[in-house]
Design a binder for this molecule. Structure first.
Ligand SMILES: Nc1nc2c(c(=O)[nH]1)N[C@H]1C(S)=C(S)[C@@H](COP(=O)(O)O)O[C@H]1N2
Ligand SMILES: [Mo]
Length: 328
């Protein structure tokens, strides 16, 4: 696509999100105004009439799709939490950039089938159309997915969020959405899809978004279990002896089975009630509380169906705490 059919709106890394952080997340579906926005190299504004997507690599039928082609294909809706992994330069800092939205689009699977993807393909690479620099490196925003995830029914070439077309800032007219995996994988302003038999070699799959572990680098893919306290917030006025409730959201690639809450800085823990999930939505947890006067440190921690939990500190999914003051 020619560069005249698109231009960058705001160059450089940018993050936007609610000033109150997670305490703004009062509703089951996060309105776009409260949903964070992230970009590494800038926001791209694309003329939808000129947008197209090339599907190539290990395919029998290399394909070019325009917006109208995607609009004519069967679409589905999928509810999912959407979480940024935080800065790839400081992967152990918890940023808690999170929301829960409904995406609508064409399953990636259908597009790959139409292109007659080869059985030799083991990775799907996707690239954004923007250009620029991040952390001193100039490279395309290219990500990859192992073929098993790329063919999963929930992975979409999304055209809508919460019932509205994607805005330019949100990655419109078409972006990839990879429910259950960190936001970094959900490539905005997608322009090409390549089937390959190895991982992509660009900066965003090799240098950034790989966590160091004792057994080597681990790609930032599946979302680890996490929970946050929405209410009370540090600014709430709480009164001793007046019943209230502690509630928040919990999520992960795998469904969460238990959430525990502490009202004494982690000295003791009580089991909260947890709602079931829909698709890959977040889940609500709640614990009734009759506070005593004074200062309290509230904490929450979750466990998923296979027993994975949250580290206390120094991880992107570290335990969340809120300090509150209770008046006598
Ligand atoms: N093309 C492109 N896609 C991108 C990015 C980017 O910089 N360029 N940032 C990623 C990151 S790190 C996140 S968290 C999500 C943010 O999506 P949102 O802005 O819609 O919340 O987009 C991802 N997709
Ligand atoms: Mo992110």
């Amino acid at each position: 696509m020619t560069r005249t059919a698109m231009h960058m709106i705001k160059k450089g890394f940018s993050f936007q999100g609610p000033a109150e952080g997670v305490h703004a997340l009062n509703s089951w579906i996060t309105p776009e105004d409260d949903l964070f926005l992230v970009t590494h190299m800038g926001f791209l504004n694309i003329d939808p009439d000129h947008w197209h997507l090339d599907v190539d690599g290990l395919v029998g039928n290399p394909t070019r799709l325009r917006l109208a082609d995607l609009q004519a294909m069967p679409q589905r809706e999928y509810m999912s939490f959407h979480e940024c992994a935080g800065s790839p330069l400081s992967p152990t800092v918890a940023k808690r950039r999170i929301g829960n939205v409904v995406w609508k689009g064409v399953p990636l699977l259908h597009v790959l089938e139409q292109a007659e993807i080869s059985t030799d393909a083991s990775y799907i690479w996707t690239s954004g159309l923007e250009w620029g620099e991040y952390a001193g490196i100039e490279d395309a925003y290219q990500k990859d997915l192992p073929i098993e995830k790329a063919l999963a029914e929930e992975v979409l070439l999304a055209l809508e969020i919460n019932g509205r077309p994607l805005s330019p800032e949100r990655g419109g007219p078409v972006r990839l959405v990879v429910p259950g995996w960190y936001g970094t994988n959900s490539v905005k302003w997608v322009g090409s899809i390549t089937a390959a038999n190895q991982r992509a070699s660009g900066a965003y799959t090799t240098r950034f978004y790989n966590d160091p572990t004792p057994s080597g680098a681990k790609p930032v893919w599946s979302v680890a279990p996490e929970s946050v306290i929405v209410s009370p917030s540090p600014n709430d006025l709480l009164l001793a002896g007046v019943p209230t409730k502690i509630w928040g959201w919990t999520w992960g690639d795998r469904e969460i089975s238990t959430v525990e809450v502490s009202v004494d800085g982690g000295g003791s823990w009580q089991r909260a009630s947890v709602s079931p999930r829909e698709d890959r939505s977040w889940q609500r947890f709640e614990l009734p509380w009759v506070p005593a006067s004074g200062q309290h440190v509230l904490l929450c921690r979750c466990t998923n169906k296979v027993g994975e939990g949250q580290p206390p500190l120094a991880a992107r999914n570290a335990v969340h705490s809120v300090q509150v003051q209770v008046a006598a």
